[in-house]
Design a protein. Structure first.
Length: 155
């Protein structure tokens, strides 16, 4: 079987940042998967499930309510390896605007101090596994790493 593109990236050299993981055509529309790499794979501890789950809830809520991007958001969710998240958007996106969107998303997470949206038994299949303080800490750490990002988004 052929390796998928994400398994051909050298994870020993991959740094936190934003990368274009793949492009797919759905009808006449391009759908782009972005790799939001939060931790350095195989070098830093992975995120625990509590903060991953909280970032997922807060990030998805923020993105799906964003006035300019909500109609483009297809998916926001964690990588199985717990080193980052995937953001899937419909259409081409200006890299500077995309960087601002991701910074705004993680700034929102880093300062959020209220009830986590969807963190109730009726709304979520694992509502007790959340960690808001660590989600905020992780978001702040990621924002710091985005200060020096290369806007090419290439691996």
């Amino acid at each position: 079987m052929e390796k998928i593109k994400s398994f051909t990236v050298d994870h020993l050299k991959l740094l936190p940042g934003i990368y274009e993981s793949r492009r797919d055509m759905v009808g006449n529309t391009v759908v782009i998967t972005y790799d939001l790499r939060i931790t350095q794979p195989n070098m830093e501890p992975v995120m625990n499930t509590g903060e991953v789950h909280t970032i997922e809830h807060l990030g998805a809520t923020f993105l799906r309510n964003h006035p300019d991007f909500k109609s483009k958001v297809i998916y926001f969710g964690p990588m199985g390896c717990r080193t980052g998240f995937y953001l899937i958007l419909q259409g081409e996106n200006d890299h500077a605007e995309l960087l601002k969107l991701i910074q705004d998303t993680f700034r929102f997470i880093s300062t959020f101090d209220d009830a986590i949206p969807g963190a109730a038994a009726m709304d979520c299949g694992n509502y007790l596994d959340n960690n808001l303080p660590m989600a905020r800490w992780t978001a702040k750490k990621y924002l710091k790493s985005l200060e020096s990002i290369n806007l090419s988004f290439d691996y």
